[in-house]
Design a binder for this molecule. Sequence first.
Ligand code: HEC
Length: 169
Amino acid sequence: MRRSAITIAMAGTIAAAALLLPGCKQADQPKPEAKPENDKELVHHFMEDQVQPTAMVFWNSVQFISDEKGFRQVKPQNDAEWKRVEDAMLHLQDLSATLQTPEYSAGRGEEWNGFAQAVSDVAKQAEAATKSRDTKRMFEVGGTLDNVCESCHKAYLPKSETQRPGEKS
Ligand code: HEC
């Protein structure tokens, strides 16, 4: 439990303590509030309140629509709108870094950080494509982003939940 104690001291929250439990034996669980549910809540809120809305800014920014009115493209209309998308993809890189901190990653195994880093890498590509206002590239990168989100969900979410996260519309 030594490593746990250090990590708790660093993070300084009860929620962080809960994160360490998956790696601990049942008998080592010291406090009743340190249940895995707290860990679930933490990631749940982080995904819903931060990761998802930030990714949606990018996914919504360029769309190719083909219907009875023909082929149309939705894209940012002015500098401020372009900047907002670019900033979102910078922010997603920060969020991915946060996911890799012990508060979120402890007890999840090595793959966790790899998945989070993949989101960061793709967010960087998304940022670059937005900067050069390359809508075709943005659209492609948007598909890749969806895939990297899903790959982590496939690894860590129960099967019934893997369809919901990261859906575009
Ligand atoms: C490092 C792993 C990881 C990555 C990468 C990841 N997620 Fe998640 N995500 C999770 C986990 C774990 C949950 C389940 C949280 C819970 O238990 O409720 C989740 C849940 C969600 C949820 C549903 C919230 C809920 O539980 O109802 C949404 C929406 C979501 N993620 C969006 C995204 C998007 C969008 C991306 C990519 C930009 C992404 N996630 C990338 C791990 C990840």
